[in-house]
Write a protein that binds this ligand. Structure first.
Ligand code: ADP
Ligand code: MG
Length: 359
């Protein structure tokens, strides 16, 4: 079984931990792969142990929180606090909720500068930074065309509709004034959607909440975005990367992680097929079509906002250009599944192999 070395970077610290990754390991799980704790959480006594809770329906996705706690009551309180924080982010950022702050921005920001919350202003500023880093591949104004798609209902825009909406797609249309804390769209027709970064942000906020409550070992996951603090008492957390063309539970790699975030974007998450063409939820801001240059991209970095902001790049720019960008970022590693099913690894994940192939 081929092995290679992952240099999992500790958040906020330059130290690198060398850990073995097992590629093409036998299939079993989806996200976290560590065996369930010996003490099932529903019979958890008043003593220390692992507690895991899985919740559906916040931000339209599955939230998993697992942590080590001295007693069950504090664990439940900590998990409740994480979920409350995520509900708040959903209420603020969702474009599915007409009352959300982002929906209000979409309705009015073309009319003039709008004062927005510090939190939303901060995330819009961060989103803009990822647009710059990814040379426009990550772009929250994708939604100016993206709103014409409904992947569940198999609805997609025709060429004429795309052509009409496309000029409104450009992150530079979102004008941010830090002094006034305002946002304005430079033209009509611009829409934003934070679906490509809000989950990563929510995971980071969830981790902040846990840290503030004194939790030192935990996993927080929202859909494809996860972050880990601490280890499992001398062992790393193991996160499986799904095979993009096989069912859930089939993994192409298992990644051991300590103090790190990981996001996977895949063309299998939300899609429909028509006449052999796969229409899926990552949109190329330059064409308005589904971005189909890879099957999946996984990014590892200290923060989930960062991994989420970077994981869509490979779909838009292709594996070579995306890897070039990832390799320039010192705290970032990546695993890309190309359209022919082959896998390419970032420099930090190889042992003496500069071309990206496993040893
Ligand atoms: P998940 O939603 O499971 O975390 P991703 O991280 O891959 O999956 O994000 C996909 C989402 O990103 C889409 O559903 C859409 O909301 C948003 N998105 C699509 N294309 C882009 C793009 N070019 N730039 C930024 N966000 C995008
Ligand atoms: Mg994501």
């Amino acid at each position: 079984m081929p092995r290679l070395t992952l240099l999992a970077r500790a958040a906020g610290c330059a130290a690198l931990i060398a850990l073995p990754i097992i590629i093409a390991a036998p299939a079993s799980v989806a996200a976290i792969e560590n065996p369930p704790s010996a003490t099932p959480s529903n019979t958890f006594p008043a003593q220390a142990g692992w507690v895991r809770r899985v919740t559906d329906g916040i931000m339209g996705t599955r939230i998993t929180v697992e942590l080590w706690s001295e007693d069950r009551a504090s664990a439940d309180r900590a998990i409740d606090a994480v979920l409350d924080e995520m509900r708040h982010i959903d209420e603020t950022m969702s474009t599915y909720k007409p009352t959300s702050e982002v929906s209000q921005v979409n309705a009015h920001a073309a009319e003039g500068p709008m004062h927005i919350s510090k939190e939303l202003f901060g995330l819009l500023t961060t989103a803009r930074q990822y647009s710059v880093i990814t040379e426009g591949a990550f772009d929250i104004t994708y939604a100016s065309v993206g709103y014409l798609y409904d992947f569940r209902a198999h609805v997609r825009p025709d060429e004429q509709q795309i052509e009409k909406a496309l000029p409104a797609v450009d992150y530079r249309h979102v004008l941010l004034d830090a002094q006034q804390q305002t946002v304005q769209f430079s033209q009509k027709g611009v829409r934003i959607d934070l679906g490509g970064i809000a989950k990563g942000y929510a995971v980071d906020r969830g981790i902040d909440v846990l840290k503030s409550l004194g939790v030192t070992r935990a996993y927080v996951g929202a859909g494809g975005d996860s972050r880990i603090i601490g280890d499992r008492f001398g062992e790393p957390w193991i996160v499986g990367i799904r095979d993009p063309r096989k069912g859930e539970g089939n993994v192409i790699a298992r990644i051991p992680l300590v103090n790190a975030a990981i996001s996977t974007s895949g063309d299998y998450e939300r899609f429909f097929e028509e006449k052999g063409v796969r229409y899926h939820h990552i949109i190329d801001p330059h064409t308005g079509h589904s971005a189909s240059k890879v099957r999946s991209a996984t990014v590892i970095a200290p923060y989930a906002t960062r991994t989420d902001g970077l994981s869509k790049t490979a779909f838009v720019l292709g594996p070579d250009k995306a890897m070039e960008i990832y390799n320039k970022l010192d705290d970032v590693d990546a695993i890309i599944v190309r359209n022919d099913g082959t896998i390419v690894y970032s420099k930090g994940m190889q042992r003496g192999k500069p071309d990206g192939t496993p040893p």
